[in-house]
Design a protein around this ligand. Structure first.
Ligand SMILES: [Zn+2]
Length: 325
């Protein structure tokens, strides 16, 4: 064999073993203390990878917390709730239009429970309130049942600011929506959850994982593995460093021990979909984290008979059970 060929072969082997190296930071804790340390360290790693650590740190200090500078656009009175279209600061450079709904009835204890409602590819902040389409107006149902709800336009495929990432900007907009809710006098900051479908289910995973103040998470039409997302899916889920460190069951494990419901349809198929068998395998990883944190059963996987849709009755019942007083 010629030396050049040998060197080429060695380089090739090194590259392929690198590509197939297992993720380095997967959940493997044996005790609750280890699990909590893993969660804190993983969040810190992810904030760096998402290029949003500076923004996150700025939240915790009143001196650096970015004011919302809220501007009302229009108000629309419905029978059971009022829709407020508002604009707030997302960053110093960027305004964020939001839809906020507040129930017309008085809250049981003066404050409403609330849900960040999240759409997916091709949607807008209004999609989750619309009965046509896969969201089946889950946000409207929540609004009618006495929740405050909030919805933003989830960034599609444009990074707005230099030095940021697409996923980081998406998550930051959702965090600003959460922070806005949590600071309203009429919202109970201890009872804020999140729910979404598809890319919205993925963002519900991220929001629940990174913000410990999220009290319950419904992630519909997403629970899967990195291997499945590499086949026939829009690649916008990925960012540098993610798959070297984690699979999705690890990100979901950051939600433990808080309540989590994942919904997956029996009619989902690979490639391009989110098949139940893959979700069930990923769920085993999540169950381990909930088990170690003494919260067995608080993470649920609902396999439903439909396809890539939000199942409203069970999704809403889950949020009522865990967020209402
Ligand atoms: Zn995409």
């Amino acid at each position: 064999m010629r030396p050049l060929f040998l060197i080429g072969l060695m380089l090739c082997c090194a590259a392929s073993s690198l590509a197939q190296a297992p993720p380095q930071r997967r959940f493997a804790a044996a005790t609750a203390e280890e699990a909590k340390r893993w969660q804190a360290a993983s969040r810190s790693v992810l904030l760096d990878l998402l290029k949003m650590k500076d923004q996150w740190d700025g939240r915790s200090n009143p001196a650096t917390f970015l004011p919302f500078h809220e501007r009302r656009i229009r108000t629309n009175l419905k029978e059971k709730y009022t829709i407020h279209e508002i604009e707030i600061n997302s960053t110093v450079q960027r305004r964020l239009p939001i839809v906020l709904t507040i129930p017309n009835i008085n809250a049981a204890q003066g404050k409403y429970p609330a849900v960040v409602c999240i759409h997916g590819h091709g949607g807008t902040r209004f999609s989750v309130y619309e009965p046509q389409g896969p969201y089946r107006a889950f946000a409207q149902t929540l609004a009618e049942k006495g929740f405050a709800t909030i919805s933003v336009d989830v960034g599609q495929h444009k990074v707005h600011e230099e030095g940021r990432t697409l996923m980081g900007e998406r998550l930051w907009d959702l965090i600003r929506a959460y922070d806005y809710l949590a600071r309203r006098a009429d919202v109970d900051a201890e009872r804020i959850g999140c729910a979404g479908l598809s890319l919205g289910g993925e963002m519900a995973m991220w929001l629940g994982a990174m913000e410990p103040g999220i009290g319950a998470t419904v992630s519909s039409g997403f629970l899967t593995t990195v291997a499945n997302m590499r086949e026939g899916h829009c690649p916008c889920w990925d960012f540098p460093g993610l798959t070297e460190a984690f699979d999705f069951s690890d990100i979901y494990s950051l939600i433990a021990p808080r309540p989590l419901l994942c919904q997956i349809g029996k009619q989902e198929r690979a490639p391009g979909g989110f098949p139940p068998e893959i979700a069930q395998a990923a769920m085993k990883g999540i169950d381990r984290a909930y088990g170690v944190l003494s919260a067995k059963g608080k993470a649920e996987l609902e396999i439903h008979p439909e396809g890539h849709v939000f199942i409203v009755p069970t999704g809403v019942a889950f949020l009522e059970k865990h967020l209402k007083p």
